[in-house]
Design a protein around this ligand. Structure first.
Ligand SMILES: *Cc1c(COP(=O)(O)O)cnc(C)c1O
Length: 497
C-alpha cells in the first residue's frame, strides 16, 4: 500500500513521504499526516525475534513508501549503531511494578536521539530523491533535548546547516552545556530571552513565511524542521513501542495479543502520538496515559474538552515538558474532526489568535483511548525517591512525572494491565534534581554540576554516560542570546543574507 501525506489544514492534495520529510511543515501551516495508518502485518512471533534495526525497517517501510528498501536499510544502519551504548538500543527495565522503556541510550542521552539519529539520513536521502538543489537549513526550537540531539545528528552533514533556538534559563545546566559545546562547522545555537513556546511559534512562523522563503531560495537555501512536527521524526518513534511490545512477548511477560498500557511524559505530544499511531497499526495498547507536569494544559484538555494556553508558563524540573502549545495535538484534533481540515484550521487559528479552543462533544467521544493527569513538583520528587527506595532505580524527573501519573491512574481505576513507561532521559541530564530527591546528604554542599554527576554515580552505581564525560571539560563554542522578535534577523545574519 502506498502511503501518502496530506496537510491537517490543506485541501486534500498529497505529497510523498520524502517530500513531507523535506518540507517539515506544509505551506498552509498544517502538519503532514499519513492518508491512512498502515496495519502491522508481521506476526508478533516474528517481531519478537527481531533486532531493533529489523523492527525499525518493518515499521518504517510501511510509512515511507517512496524510499527503496536499500535506502531505508542504509538510513537505519547509519542511525542505530555504536552511537547507542547498548545493542538493544531501547532496553526495558522492570522496576516498581512497571516496565521502563529506556529511550536514553543514544548520543545525547534523551529520547530525542531515537528519531534524530535517523532524521538527517532520511532528509539527505529525501533531498536526493527529489533533486533538491538547495542547502537545507534546519530550524529548530528546543525545550532542551531536541536541540542537542538534532545538532549531533546534523553536525557536518554535507548540504545542511542547523540553527537551534532554546530558552535561556529554561533548560538544565547539563542540557545547556551540551548545546553550547556542540562542534561542527554547520551548527548554530542561539539562546532566546523567552520560553519554548516563543521559540516554537517564531520558528513555525519563519517556516511559513513565503517572503523569507523566497529570499532564502535566492541565496540557495531552503528551510526544513527537526521538530516533531516533521513526520520524519514521528514515524521512527513508533518503532520503539512495537519493539517494546515484542520484547515483552519474548520475555513471556505478555502473550501475543494481550493488551498493555503505555505511559508517556508529554510536552509537544509527539511521543504519545507515536504510541497512538502504534495502536492504530494494531499494536495491542489499552490506555495511552498522557502525563504532564505543572504546565497541565493537556490534562485540562482531556478533562474538559477545552484547550486553553492562557495561563502562567511554569518553569519546572522537567523542562522538556514546559510547553503550553503542544504542536502535535493538531494531528489528533484533525482525526477527531473526521479529517475535516477546515474545522481543524479554525480551531488552530483560534488557538493562535485567542489562546483557546473548544472541541465538540462528538469530538470528545473520540478521546477514549487516552487518560490524562499531571504531577506537581513535589509529587515528581516523591516519585523519584519512591522508585529509588523500592527498586534502587534512578529515574529522571520527566520519567518521574510519568511514574507519578501512573500511580494516580492505578488508584483511580484499579487497572492492573501490564504497563510500559516511556523513560525519556538519563537521570544524569537532570542530576541536581535527582540527587536532591534521593539524598539529603548533598543538600548543603553547594556542589557544581559535575560534582553532582559524581555524587549521582556514587548514589546510583549507574555508569556515567559518555555524553556527560565528553562535556565535562569541553570549551563553550556558542554564545549568542537574542530576543524572540530578533530570531528572523539572526537567521539571516547566520546565513549571510
Ligand atoms: C521532549 C521530551 C519530552 C516530551 O516529549 P514530546 O514528544 O514533546 O511530548 C519528555 N521528556 C523528555 C526528556 C524530553 O526530552
Amino acid at each position: 500500500m502506498q502511503v501518502l501525506y496530506k496537510s491537517t489544514r490543506g485541501s486534500g492534495e498529497t505529497v510523498t513521504a520524502s517530500m513531507a520529510i523535506l518540507k517539515g511543515l506544509s505551506e498552509d501551516g498544517g502538519l503532514f499526516v499519513p492518508t491512512a495508518i498502515p496495519k502491522l502485518r508481521t506476526s508478533m512471533d516474528t517481531l519478537s525475534r527481531m533486532s531493533y534495526q529489523e523492527t525499525a525497517y518493518e515499521v518504517m517501510r510501511l510509512f515511507f513508501s517512496d524510499f527503496s528498501d536499500q535506502e531505508l536499510k542504509k538510513c537505519i544502519a547509519k542511525a542505530y549503531d555504536h552511537k547507542f551504548d547498548t545493542p538493544e538500543i531501547a532496553p526495558l527495565h522492570k522496576a516498581d511494578g512497571a516496565y521502563y522503556l529506556e529511550l536514553f541510550h543514544g548520543a545525547t542521552i534523551a529520547f530525542k536521539d531515537m528519531a534524530l539519529s535517523i532524521l538527517p539520513h532520511l532528509m539527505t536521502t529525501a533531498a536526493k530523491k527529489n533533486h533538491a538543489d538547495k542547502e537545507i537549513v534546519i530550524l529548530t526550537a528546543t525545550s532542551g533535548d531536541t536541540g542537542k540531539a538534532a545538532m549531533a545528528g546534523f553536525a557536518d552533514v554535507p548540504g545542511t546547516k542547523i540553527i537551534v533556538f532554546y530558552p535561556k534559563g529554561g533548560v538544565s545546566a547539563i542540557q545547556e552545556k551540551q548545546m553550547l559545546t556542540q562542534k561542527g562547522k554547520n551548527t548554530y545555537v542561539v539562546g532566546i530571552t523567552g520560553n519554548f513556546d516563543d521559540a516554537q511559534t517564531a520558528v513555525k512562523k519563519m517556516l511559513n513565511d513565503a517572503a523569507l522563503g523566497a529570499e532564502l531560495a535566492q541565496a540557495g537555501f531552503q528551510f526544513s524542521s527537526a521538530n516533531s512536527i516533521n513526520i520524519g521524526r514521528l514515524v521512527p518513534q513508533i518503532v520503539y513501542y512495537v519493539y517494546a511490545y515484542a520484547s515483552l512477548v519474548k520475555k513471556g511477560v505478555v502473550s501475543s495479543g494481550q493488551q498493555i498500557n503505555v505511559v508517556v511524559p508529554t510536552g509537544n505530544f509527539g511521543n504519545i502520538l507515536a504510541a497512538f499511531y502504534a495502536k492504530q497499526m494494531g499494536l495491542p495498547i489499552h490506555k495511552l496515559i498522557c502525563a504532564s507536569n505543572d504546565n497541565k494544559v493537556l490534562y485540562d484538555f482531556f478533562s474538559t474538552g477545552t484547550y486553553d494556553r492562557r495561563r502562567e508558563f511554569i518553569l519546572t524540573t522537567s523542562p522538556s515538558m514546559d510547553i503550553l502549545i503542544s504542536s502535535n495535538l493538531e494531528r489528533l484534533i484533525y482525526r477527531l474532526t473526521g479529517e475535516d481540515s477546515a474545522k481543524c484550521r479554525e480551531l488552530m487559528e483560534s488557538l493562535a489568535a485567542n489562546g483557546v479552543y473548544e472541541i465538540t462533544e462528538e469530538m470528545r467521544s473520540g478521546l477514549g483511548d487516552f487518560y490524562g493527569n499531571y504531577c506537581c513538583e513535589e509529587e515528581t520528587r516523591q516519585a523519584i525517591c519512591r522508585i529509588f527506595e523500592n527498586s534502587h532505580y534512578v529515574v529522571d524527573p520527566h520519567t518521574a512525572v510519568a511514574a507519578g501519573v501512573y500511580e494516580k491512574y492505578k488508584k483511580e481505576t484499579g487497572d492492573n494491565t501490564i504497563t510500559v513507561i516511556a523513560s525519556t532521559a538519563s537521570p544524569y541530564k537532570f542530576n541536581r534534581c535527582v540527587v536532591e530527591a534521593v539524598s539529603d546528604q548533598y543538600k548543603d554542599l553547594d556542589l557544581d554540576d559535575f560534582a553532582l554527576v559524581d555524587a549521582l554515580h556514587e548514589i546510583s552505581d549507574v555508569k556515567i554516560p559518555r555524553a556527560v564525560e565528553e562535556i565535562r571539560t569541553a570549551p563553550i563554542l556558542h554564545n549568542r542570546v537574542v530576543e524572540p522578535e530578533d530570531m528572523p534577523r539572526t537567521v539571516k545574519e547566520i546565513l549571510g543574507i
